[in-house]
Ligand binder design. Structure first.
Ligand code: ADP
Ligand code: ZN
Length: 207
């Protein structure tokens, strides 16, 4: 099954993608994670996108589509995948249509004020990549591996504002682009609350 997750930054796409990935046994492909890995490894791609990402802007469609294409051509994507953070622009969606056929498009719906709170409190483990929130996790070290948690550059206030503006202007038109085949779910509850209806929906597609 090939699935797209849509939703503003901080709406919970990554969390939902992981649950789907586990249950349906398909890889989660996060273009944000791929870019961050390239930045950590200091590859030419990483060097090219570092500044843009830190500021909360979008990487060019060219670079992003090329990277995504290479990823979905890999062996582990034969039975499907979940795209988390792609497409983010209409040209990316058009490019994707030429690459493959998508079975399900899920939109996580969440108010911007909730999103700002979540993103500002988000902390990541630099070693095992686990994600925490200061609202629910008071300690500044990772429960799993003990590393000191860090805040992503683009989770700092100025970049959050920019990301939400970019989402509104450039990414939210995708909701219209896919309107006739969108499955909408509220992102307000717990991760389980969000996942439950999605799981039922995806099972019904599997038939
Ligand atoms: P979030 O969903 O929390 O904003 P991501 O990890 O999905 O974070 O993305 C982080 C950053 O990576 C984005 O702000 C953007 O700069 C870049 N990025 C990720 N996916 C794309 C994409 N499909 N097109 C362009 N830039 C992207
Ligand atoms: Zn850790």
């Amino acid at each position: 099954m090939k699935i797209i997750l849509l939703g503003a930054p901080g709406s919970g796409k990554g969390t939902l993608a992981k649950q789907i990935s586990n249950d349906f046994n398909i890889p989660q492909i996060s273009t944000g994670d791929l870019f961050r890995a390239a930045i950590r490894a200091n590859t030419p791609l990483g060097q090219k996108v570092k500044e843009i990402i830190a500021g909360g802007g979008l990487v060019s469609d060219d670079i992003t589509v090329t990277m995504l294409k290479e990823r979905i051509e890999q062996e582990d994507c034969q039975n499907g995948f979940i795209l988390d953070g792609f497409p983010r622009t209409i040209p990316q969606a058009e490019a994707l249509e030429k690459l493959t056929q998508i079975d399900a498009i899920i939109l996580i719906d969440l108010d911007f004020d909730v999103i700002v709170k979540r993103l500002s409190g988000r902390r990541t483990c630099p070693d095992c990549r686990e994600i925490y929130n200061t609202n629910s996790h008071a300690s500044d070290t990772c429960d799993k591996c003990g590393a000191k948690l860090i805040q992503r550059d683009d989770d700092k206030p100025e970049s959050i504002k920019n990301r939400l503006e970019v989402y509104e202007k450039t990414t939210s038109p995708l909701i219209n682009f896919y309107s006739d085949r969108l499955f909408k779910v509220s992102g307000e509850g717990t991760p389980e609350d969000t996942y439950r209806p999605v799981k039922t929906y995806l099972k019904s597609l599997e038939g």
